[in-house]
Design a protein around this ligand. Structure first.
Ligand SMILES: Nc1nc2c(ncn2[C@@H]2O[C@H](COP(=O)(O)OP(=O)(O)OP(=O)(O)O)[C@@H](O)[C@H]2O)c(=O)[nH]1
Ligand SMILES: [Mg+2]
Length: 453
């Protein structure tokens, strides 16, 4: 359970470990008084102005000195949480910050829960829910591009977009509701076709944003590429060639790879996550059968599947396998890679094919380029937002209401039906940016945070 917001909380806000400095943050109505009670400097912190920094000693109840520190004062409401905040910068390492926190606990603060600083910032109106989520994104970002987008989102671009859409929606709703007031007089305030056009434009925007989820996921966690094919096609060799090092075991023995192996390398603005899998074939070997089932489950989770064809077996050797995978997994990108062109030269038959030699490295750059193009395409429309799972679910509900409003308009249903759908959509937009929320929702969002944030 969350303790009362009237508590004063403290936690380490930098990662624990060897480093020059560590920052312990204190927030709450007693933050300055508690920090002051353990601080000996030129001025009393209780007298210090907001946004000033003070040098002094941190001392325990027994009078012993813990460390020489600086204390930065942020007075409510001009702080991260909106409450009084003191940021105590002490020496880094694994020990010092614990002593600083113990000292503050003695002074009457309590340890913060994960995300509690940011939760207070949200509850005090310092940021909206999308911005809160951006903070989580920034903490967890593994690539520059995701970081940049999250920072932009923190600036409020996504929220501004949602508000614009909601304003437009409310204008349409107002026109329809105005008509309702004059229902008996049979007055039409607005051209139905015009209203439908405006709703369709909003619906398109929502759909486009929801589609960008795949790109956002690729930025966050990487482009997942499964390497599959018949035994001995050279899957592990290709995996190694793409990685640029000998990671997977290669041998002339078919059925060498049993499990699957995962490795990552940077590609363009994202990470490429490569999966080397066991070859597809009829097998009686229990471990190999298990491996093939695993290969299927890997493909299921991939954005791109690369079918490796062994040219020494013929250009068409894997066509049936490639076709059946296409049929089984229509939503993912398929590439057919003809390997061993050092033995049997060949040319690609269409744009979904690449000819390579995992042995000599020929064509590997082309294949990497192809994968990078996919990343660029999937992430091209991400300028507005880094859509997450919660946003997608919300956008889908909005789409549903808008589509239903459009049907009602088309079928000349009473204005009440249209107005009701539009109100539902507009409320969902408010939920999206957290103007409407439940404790449950907050708990779920803050579960991704760490202590000190
Ligand atoms: N000439 C030539 N041989 C290759 C090439 N790529 C792989 N090989 C050879 O093909 C054999 C199989 O290679 P692997 O990479 O183990 O093939 P795999 O598809 O991972 O095989 P399994 O894991 O058993 O399904 C090995 O003897 C490799 O040296 C290539 O581009 N040219
Ligand atoms: Mg292998």
């Amino acid at each position: 359970m969350h303790s009362s917001a009237a508590d004063t909380i403290c936690a380490l806000s930098t990662p624990p470990g060897i480093g020059g400095l560590a920052v312990v943050r204190v927030s709450g109505p007693q933050a300055i008084a508690i920090a002051d009670s353990c601080f000996r400097g030129k001025v009393r912190l209780t007298d210090a102005r907001s946004h000033t920094i003070h040098y002094g000693q941190l001392v325990r109840n027994d009078g012993s000195t813990v460390d020489y520190v600086t204390a930065a004062i942020f007075r409510s409401p001009h702080s991260y949480t909106g409450e009084d905040v003191v940021e105590i910068t002490c020496h880094g390492g694994y020990v010092m910050y614990r002593l600083v926190i113990e000292t503050l606990l003695e002074g009457g603060a309590r340890l913060a829960e994960p995300g509690e600083f940011t939760r207070r910032a949200f509850l005090n109106g310092k940021m909206d829910l999308v911005q809160v989520e951006s903070v989580a994104e920034i903490i967890h970002a593994q690539v520059n591009a995701a970081q940049e987008l999250a920072v932009r989102q923190l600036g409020g671009s996504f929220t501004r977009w949602v508000r614009t859409i909601r304003d437009e929606l409310q204008q349409v709703a107002a026109l329809i509701e105005a008509e309702l007031d004059f229902a008996n007089e049979d007055i039409e305030f607005a051209d139905r076709a015009e209203l439908a056009r405006r709703l369709e434009a909003i619906l398109d925007e929502c759909r486009r944003l929801a589609r960008s989820y795949t790109g956002a996921e690729i930025l966050r966690h990487g482009l997942r590429v499964g390497i599959v094919g018949f035994p001995n096609a050279g899957k592990s060799s290709l995996f190694n060639a793409l990685l640029g090092r000998q990671r997977a075991l290669v041998s002339p023995q078919p059925g060498t790879t049993r499990d699957y192996i995962e490795e990552a390398l940077p590609i363009g603005r994202a990470l490429l996550r490569l999966y080397d899998t066991a070859g597809f074939r009829e097998s009686t070997d229990a471990i190999e059968v298990e491996g093939i089932a695993l290969a299927r489950s890997v493909v299921e989770r991939c954005h791109v599947v690369v079918v490796v064809n062994d040219l020494t077996e013929g250009l068409e050797h894997s066509d049936a396998l490639a076709a059946s995978l296409r049929a089984e997994f229509p939503d993912i990108e398929h590439l057919l890679v003809h390997n061993k062109c050092d033995c049997v030269p060949a040319s690609p038959r269409n744009a979904e094919e690449v000819v390579v030699s995992a042995r000599t490295g020929e064509g590997i750059e082309t294949l990497l380029d192809r994968l990078q193009q996919y990343v660029e395409r999937a992430t091209a429309e991400l300028d507005r937002a880094l859509v997450n799972e919660r946003h997608v679910a919300s956008l889908r509900r909005i789409e549903h209401s808008l589509a239903s409003a459009l049907v009602a308009l088309e079928q000349q249903l009473p204005g009440e039906c249209v107005a009701l759908d539009l109100r539902t959509a507009s409320e969902e937009l408010s939920t999206l940016i957290g103007e409407r929320w439940t404790n449950d929702l907050l708990d779920r969002i803050f579960a991704q945070f760490c202590i000190g944030k």
